[in-house]
Design a protein around this ligand. Structure first.
Ligand code: URP
Ligand code: ZN
Ligand code: ZN
Length: 466
């Protein structure tokens, strides 16, 4: 099966150019000058896709999702089927989700359980990081086995005592292992011990509304944990990747470590670029729709996060997609904000929301592609199979209409959740066509994919290590 995508502007991490893309079966075989002889010869008998007026970009890679994730006494509401379909609608063709080790168990049963949930249910390709919630000698040895099998990144938590939390000693031990096996340690950097005290003090004062989720998780406790994680990584020499970074202070700590040559990296998420603690303070219980951790911050941080994306202090935009319905799920915390399941529905909107940064001049077109596709691929061992439009790469291709307009709403989104955190937001740009390994998934505003198409992706280690 041959496909020719012609007439578009191909955008990669180094810039944009007019080029046609030649696809054979699942792979890109060439990029060629429009109208060249090679294109004319290839067009004979090929399926033709007209990309005129469109940007042609590598499929997005979202390296931070939680489908069917057990959390706060419930499960995130997107399954691998609904979540990967919604991701495709939004121009994402690969997710890297988090398998969870349960306390008292080995890593393997957790990974196997997540592989089973995903198998045969995904519209797009997928991989896994592993959440290590029980760091001990056995789990550290097991990390080596998983790295060899293509699970090359492990998430640890400085937050959520009693659930996923690891002590500094446990973190140090896991980092020692990562130093030797090449894995990247992903860190949820919030000081969970201090936060838990602030939460119980707030509740005892009768402060039960969603807005207290932010005031009990102050900026400083993210910056402090980030600095501590950097120090522990420096002592061990382990590669460190701070997930869902939200504050200027935490970003400065990462920038300083990077400036000193440490293998330290960070991502932020669209919710921290577009939403703020004001949303948590919405009337009644509406603020529950915006409870995630780290919490939404004061608006002042947003310009700095955009700057970080420009300067590479922040390397990646992921979504931390972890949706819970307002009804019956977020409502679990009506009387107590600490019982509201943490997480927001975002997987469908990352490419569109970050494109607004191109519209307003915060980031270039090339950087837009880099933070959404190329860098995540390199950081998590998927490059050059994913994250770039080049001969030999998977034909994961998005046609993006840069001048279309749309308004985000739960009435039109495809995520399995009963509200939108971005309800009513009018934006410019829209995903038009999505191809995963040469197969159309979204075509002319219709889903034409299938849930068995997505394949598991074993991954190599981080390409950026010095
Ligand atoms: O609120 C969030 N972020 N929920 C998902 C779990 C996590 O910490 O990433
Ligand atoms: Zn986290
Ligand atoms: Zn997360």
């Amino acid at each position: 099966m041959r496909t020719l995508i012609s007439g578009g502007t191909v955008v990669g991490p180094t810039g944009a150019q007019a080029a046609d893309i030649l696809v054979e079966d699942e792979r890109i075989v060439a990029l060629a000058a429009p109208g060249s002889q090679v294109v004319t010869a290839f067009a004979e008998g090929a399926r033709l896709i007209d990309a005129s007026g469109r940007l042609v970009v590598p499929g997005g890679i979202d390296v931070h999702t939680h489908m069917e994730m057990p959390f706060g006494g419930t499960y995130s509401s997107d399954t691998f089927e609904t979540g990967t379909r919604a991701a495709a609608w939004g121009g994402t063709t690969t997710i890297v989700d988090f398998a969870v080790q349960r306390k008292g168990e080995a890593l393997r049963p957790g990974l196997d359980a997540w592989l089973a949930k995903a198998e045969g249910n995904c519209a797009i390709d997928y991989g896994f990081h592993m959440i290590v919630s029980d760091v001990n000698e056995q789990s550290c040895q097991e990390m080596d086995v998983l790295v060899d099998e293509g699970v090359t990144s492990f998430k640890l938590f400085m937050a959520y005592p009693g659930v996923f939390y690891s002590t500094d000693g446990e973190i140090l031990r896991a980092m020692q292992q990562a130093r030797t096996n090449g894995a990247t340690i992903m860190m949820h950097a919030e000081n969970g011990i201090a936060i838990d005290l602030l939460v119980s003090q707030a509740l005892s004062r009768g402060e039960t509304a969603p807005r207290f989720h932010a005031s009990t998780r102050p900026d400083e406790l993210e910056a402090e944990a980030t600095s501590r994680a950097i120090a522990l990584a420096k002592v061990t020499g382990a590669p460190l990747y701070i997930v869902h970074l939200t504050t200027t202070g935490a970003m400065e700590a990462v920038a300083e470590a990077r400036g000193q040559g440490q293998n330290a990296f960070a991502e932020t998420c669209p919710q921290y670029l577009f939403l703020s603690a004001d949303d948590l303070a919405r009337e009644g219980f509406e603020g529950a729709k915006y409870v995630c951790s780290p919490p939404l911050r004061a608006r002042e941080h947003q310009a700095n996060l955009w700057r970080g994306l420009r300067t590479d202090d922040l390397s990646v935009v992921s979504t931390d997609h972890c949706p819970f319905c307002f009804k019956e799920q977020k409502e679990l915390g009506r009387e107590d904000f600490s019982k509201i399941p943490n997480g927001l529905p975002v997987v469908e909107h990352r490419i569109d929301l970050t494109y607004q940064g191109v519209v307003t001049g915060e980031i270039s077109l090339a950087r837009w592609v880099e933070v959404n596709a190329t860098t995540p691929a390199r950081m998590f061992g998927l490059y050059p199979r994913k994250g770039v439009l080049a001969p030999g790469s998977d034909a994961d291709i998005v046609l993006y209409d840069p001048s279309a307009t749309q308004t985000i709403s739960s009435t039109t989104h495809h995520m399995n959740v009963d509200y939108s955190a971005f309800e009513g937001l009018a934006i410019t740009g829209r995903v038009d066509t999505v191809m995963s390994r040469g197969r159309l998934v979204i075509e002319a505003g219709r889903y034409v994919g299938d849930k068995g198409h997505g394949r598991y992706l074993p991954r190599k280690t981080n390409e950026y290590l010095m």
